[in-house]
Design a protein around this ligand. Structure first.
Ligand SMILES: Nc1ncnc2c1ncn2[C@@H]1O[C@H](COP(=O)(O)OP(=O)(O)O)[C@@H](O)[C@H]1O
Ligand SMILES: O=C(OP(=O)(O)O)[C@H](O)COP(=O)(O)O
Length: 409
């Protein structure tokens, strides 16, 4: 398939029967207290895995969950169990990635078998980002690649990271896009080219947002929520009371980055917040004055102001959440904004694990008004901003090196 001037192979280009296939998917899902809260990414990637299983491949699934140190950093056994009914076969799981136990099971697979490796971010070197020359030298790539014939890059939601599992293997193995990667690239290239759009950008991955924001300003009005909003409020000089430390913990570069974004253009920040006071009570407080609790959602006046922007847009791109949606007390802002977008008649694109999970709390009849749901949050924004996608570039390299000249069955 052609994508923005490059050619990426798809699963239609290869015969998988009996092949040892390493499939990198993104089943990173919202979790609370060690339990999966949402399975949409697992459902999406199950289609790719099922097709590989039905084509007689020996399928090894590689994925991550959370980031080291985070509450949702976990093993992938639950994910493997959730895949079983969706793929329609028993799914093996090994609590290992490149160790002897993993390699033994990989080498013993029969056509049609499916094995899920444990969280690839348990390996330190997966958590660095580097150029392809370095990625191919990582132990992860050097140790696993010889055990495979083909790599399927399906982790679209992680394709903006130049990490070894995403952007390393395609330089040494014939590689194609999986079905999720393929449909996201096709789907998003169509919908991102709308003239009058607005962006709602929330959630906690502020470093990603600060990176894409200079390219988004000018492409539409940007409304913020979540930790993104707190960072920009700080960059505007607001005092955040008990949330000052939360924003400081994101690092000076992130706050400085937000200030530089504001030199380029305006970003909308909340005018009120739902805060949690030290005594556990929840109340709405106006922004700009000293907050006496931690802001955990946007307030009703903010929702009304953002609704006006949404109503004037032809397309709304929604990434991340307005508040701590895992706690029902701080879900209202996100749900109200999603509902406003879905009622507005604009084309609504929802991206990101938490934002798409929040759709399940929206009035049932409204849900069908979503124009496009992407499995990706950050990666979707990178694409909207026209930034480099190392996971896609690696697949294009692999296609031209190993597949295009017809050297592969
Ligand atoms: N005010 C806030 N304080 C702390 N965390 C927040 C706040 N608002 C949102 N979050 C967190 O942001 C996370 C969702 O952000 P993110 O992962 O960036 O979204 P997505 O998965 O949709 O791309 C949720 O875990 C949510 O609790
Ligand atoms: O959930 C993801 O990204 P997203 O929250 O931006 O959609 C991906 O799994 C990438 O995870 P990362 O942002 O920890 O690299």
């Amino acid at each position: 398939m052609r994508f923005r001037g490059i050619i990426v192979g798809t699963m239609d280009d290869l015969n998988f029967w009996g092949k040892r296939v390493l499939a990198r998917v993104d089943i990173n899902s919202p979790m609370k207290d060690g339990r999966l809260l949402d399975r949409s990414r697992i459902e999406a990637h199950a289609k790719t895995i099922r097709e590989l299983h039905e084509s007689g491949a020996k399928v090894v699934v590689m994925a991550h969950q959370g980031r080291p140190g985070g509450d949702d950093f976990d093993h992938l056994e639950q994910h493997a169990r959730a895949l079983e009914p969706l793929v329609g076969t028993s799914v093996k799981f090994v609590k290992d990635v490149t160790g002897p136990e993993a390699l033994r099971i990989i080498d013993s697979l029969e056509p049609g078998d499916v094995l899920v490796l444990d969280n690839v971010r348990l390996l330190a070197e997966e958590n660095i980002q580097a150029e392809p020359e370095r990625l191919v030298k990582t132990l992860l790539v050097r140790e696993l690649a010889p055990h495979f014939d083909v790599y399927v890059g399906d982790a679209f939601a992680t394709a903006h990271r130049s990490q070894p599992s995403v952007a390393g293997f395609p330089y040494v193995l014939p590689s194609v896009a999986g079905r999720v990667m393929e449909s996201e690239l096709r789907g998003l290239s169509k919908v991102l080219d709308v003239s009058s759009r607005s962006f709602f950008i929330g959630g906690s991955k502020v470093d990603d947002v600060v990176k894409v924001m200079p390219n988004l300003i000018g492409k539409g009005t940007v409304m913020t929520g979540g930790l993104v909003a707190l960072t920009f409020a700080k960059a505007y000089g607001q005092y955040l009371g008990p949330a000052e430390d939360i924003v400081k913990s994101l690092g000076v570069e992130v706050i400085e980055g937000a200030r530089r974004v504001l030199e380029k253009g305006k970003v909308m920040v909340p005018v009120d917040y739902v805060v949690e006071r030290p005594d556990g009570e929840v109340e709405v407080q106006e922004a700009g004055q000293e907050l006496s609790g931690v802001p955990k959602d946007v307030g009703p006046t903010t929702v009304a102001a953002y609704r006006d922007v949404i109503d004037a847009s032809d397309a709304v791109i929604f990434k991340g959440t307005a508040g701590v949606v895992e706690d029902p007390r701080f879900r209202r802002g996100t749900v109200a904004l999603l509902e406003a977008a879905l009622k507005s008649g604009a084309f609504v694109l929802v991206g990101g694990g938490h934002a798409s999970a929040a759709l399940s709390w929206v009035e049932e009849g409204l849900r069908k008004a979503v124009g496009y749901t992407s499995t990706a949050g950050g990666a979707m924004l990178y694409l909207a901003a026209g930034l480099k996608m190392p996971g896609v570039e690696a697949l294009a390299y692999s296609y031209s090196k190993f597949i295009a000249r017809g050297g592969w069955p």
